[in-house]
Design a protein around this ligand. Structure first.
Ligand SMILES: [Zn+2]
Length: 471
């Protein structure tokens, strides 16, 4: 049926090399009308009408990637990150992402409930959704109102909050003392804390050593490795002491991984992520002219650290990969004349993580097997979101969030928006999605992104708003 019109709902994927949790199998995938996988077997598509079957023709079929760290429409000082939800989701789908978790960050004076309602309304303005989505909640205050909201929202399945140990001026910083009181209450509500770990005192000391009018490379001195390792040591100890599940975002250093492993071995309920940018780009790239467009926080690290982090990924000691997608327009990245104190922090990545990881971690560097990478891109993120095994794997009973990958020498993610600097456009990749299904519904077909008239992928968790009283 390839080349004929696109079906609204696919009920079978035939002749794929299907990546299951135990590796590749030659199999067909049978999908029911609700978009649930019912069988992964040779011959599972027998008897289905031809026009409802996608012929994978020997290509790889992998579970959709789940990106748990996506910033959309986020305020940073006087800057706002580049996109609306639909832009990010469109790019995500072209990179094989089928679910993304974004941040509902309370603005100043706004309750977390109001922040969530705002963000959901933004998303619901669109009648078409190229990915499934969910939210992490970032409260700005921790008074009784926040706890009441969190209790209600946890009951609706939103069981993750984002906490920063830094960013005092932005009104986001939570001290370790505060954290010691917050974490047990979160544990009581079954909420996982996603923690950005940088020690504020180390950062303040570092700031005093870097003169005004700093250059891009100074970002590495302004936010040194000790800031990360000190905060991670403290936060991991608090997770152990309180029993609260903590997910440490964007770990960049091998020493950080070693500390986290140590505390997990002692029983702390810890997980952690890194981003492909910390495995690809050493800090020296920030010495080149114009490198302010690559500035993100935490900064890129020394080559030895990059090497050590790769080794730990190869040993299976990093749970998952997430993009920390946060693109700014080129003009905004250049607005500070290269001074990291005046430059908005963040780079794109939601559409690049999966194809770049497949190219580098699996093929070029041969650090991970396909199933090992699948755990980092799909299974572990699904577990963090409380969605495994419904999402994150190709198994009977799971949602048919499927990506067919075809061999094609090209570049990742790049050139979607000329006004955004995209570091991933420099890395050639060998596989791109030809087809993407969300619960069996096509959102990418023969390499072509489908648009609004193609349907409305359904997901029954999608509208927390509708479940809330008096939104
Ligand atoms: Zn982030």
């Amino acid at each position: 049926m390839m080349g004929t019109s696109t079906p609204e709902q696919v009920l079978g994927v035939r002749r794929g090399r299907v990546l299951t949790p135990s590796g590749f199998v030659e199999a067909d995938i049978r999908i029911d009308e609700e978009g649930t996988i019912v069988a992964v077997d040779p011959g599972a598509c027998e008897g289905l009408p031809e026009d409802l079957v996608l012929d994978a023709d020997g290509r790889e079929v992998r579970p959709g990637a789940i990106d748990v760290h996506v910033h959309v429409d986020e305020i940073q000082g006087r800057f706002v990150s580049r996109e609306e939800y639909l832009d990010a989701a469109s790019v995500a789908r072209r990179g094989g992402v089928t679910t993304m978790a974004m941040f509902a960050t309370a603005r100043r004076g706004q309750s977390i409930r109001e922040a969530l309602v705002d963000r959901e309304r933004d998303v619901l303005n669109f009648t078409w959704h190229p990915t499934h989505w969910t939210w992490h909640l970032t409260p700005r205050a921790w008074g009784p109102g926040t706890w009441k909201d969190l209790e209600e929202l946890a009951g609706l399945g939103l069981t993750r909050v984002k906490i920063y140990t830094t960013y005092r001026r932005q009104g986001l910083q939570v001290s370790y003392d505060r954290l010691r009181k917050i974490l047990p209450r979160l544990a009581g509500l079954g909420i996982t804390a996603l923690v950005h770990c940088e020690d504020p005192e180390v950062l303040a000391r570092a700031d005093g050593t870097v003169p005004p009018d700093a250059r891009p490379f100074d970002h590495a001195r302004l936010r040194p490795p000790e800031a990360e390792t000190t905060a991670i040591q403290n936060v991991a100890a608090l997770s152990l002491a309180t029993g609260c599940a903590v997910h440490v975002v964007h770990v960049t250093l091998p020493e950080s991984v070693d500390v986290l492993l140590h505390f997990r071995e002692m029983g702390a309920p810890l997980t952690w992520e890194t981003g492909m940018h910390y495995l690809c780009f050493p800090e020296n790239v920030l010495r080149s002219e114009g490198s302010e467009v690559l500035l993100c926080t935490p900064p890129f690290r020394h080559e030895r650290a990059v090497e050590g982090l790769r080794e730990r990924v190869a040993r299976g000691q990093v749970d998952l990969l997430a993009s920390d997608h946060c693109p700014f327009e080129l003009d905004d990245k250049l607005a500070g004349d290269g001074d990291p104190r005046r430059t908005p922090m963040g780079i794109p990545g939601v559409g690049a993580t999966a194809p770049v990881a497949m190219e580098l971690l699996e093929r070029k560097w041969a650090l991970l097997s396909p199933q090992g990478l699948q755990r980092m891109l799909s299974e572990a993120p699904a577990r963090l979101l409380g969605l495994w095994p419904r999402k994150g794997g190709i198994l009977p009973g799971s949602d048919a969030d499927l990506v067919v990958w075809e061999e094609r020498q090209t570049v990742a993610c790049g050139a979607y928006w000329p006004e955004v600097m995209d570091p991933w456009s420099m890395i050639p990749i060998g596989r791109v999605p030809s087809h993407v299904l969300l619960c069996g519904q096509p959102v990418l077909w023969d390499g072509q992104p489908l648009q609004e008239d193609a349907g409305w992928p359904l997901w029954d968790n999608r509208f927390v708003l509708e479940q809330m009283e008096n939104p």
